[in-house]
Design a protein around this ligand. Structure first.
Ligand code: ADP
Length: 166
């Protein structure tokens, strides 16, 4: 039996924490779909195509991972559509726990056949979030050890354009 998993998220942008979760998921499942949501309450710095491209560049070494767009509809419906019966999420701290527990419970009600598997964030990535990365980078901080190289470049480009436009 082929086990497929779906890792949904905003990935605005991908961090080394997300990438670590993707790498580890790729060893646990035959195929992993990274699903980039377009429909999020969070204000996004990158559009969905930019996010997808940045993830693709970072997962080049993994032949059992692909990136898809999650435009609208339920996450469990997207999982079903691509043949995944597991949702992957990451957990960094107690705050994530409350949030992830609610999402997992709701997804289970929507489709009891789909299981959520939560991977604990690796020790070195527990403090890492896309929003913190954006904030530090906006103020000129060095994020090069915290995100893949193409993400580092893309954020710096994005902010230099945005600052020029002001
Ligand atoms: P969402 O808006 O769906 O929470 P995110 O891109 O913020 O999207 O996160 C996607 C998933 O990755 C979430 O389950 C989140 O807890 C997890 N995650 C975020 N940052 C890290 C990290 N540093 N290490 C491990 N998992 C993480």
């Amino acid at each position: 039996m082929i086990r497929k998993a779906l890792f949904p998220g905003s990935f605005d942008p991908l961090t080394n924490g997300h990438l670590d979760t993707i790498n580890r998921s790729a060893t646990l499942f035959d195929h992993v779909f990274v699903a980039v949501s377009t429909n999020t309450a969070k204000k996004n710095l990158f559009d969905v195509n930019e996010k997808i491209e940045l993830i693709q560049l970072a997962i080049n070494h993994l032949d059992n991972v692909s990136v898809i767009e999650h435009t609208d509809g339920l996450t469990v419906d997207l999982a079903k559509k691509v043949g995944a019966d597991v949702l992957i999420r990451g957990l960094r701290n107690a705050e994530d726990f409350e949030y992830e527990m609610n999402i997992a419970a709701m997804n289970k009600i929507q489709n009891p056949d789909i299981e959520t598997i939560i991977l604990m964030a690796s020790q070195q990535h527990r403090f890492l979030s896309s929003s913190l990365i954006k904030e530090v980078s906006f103020f000129g901080g060095d994020i090069s050890k915290l995100v893949p190289p193409d993400v580092d470049r893309a954020i710096r480009e994005k902010y230099s354009v945005l600052k020029l436009e002001k």
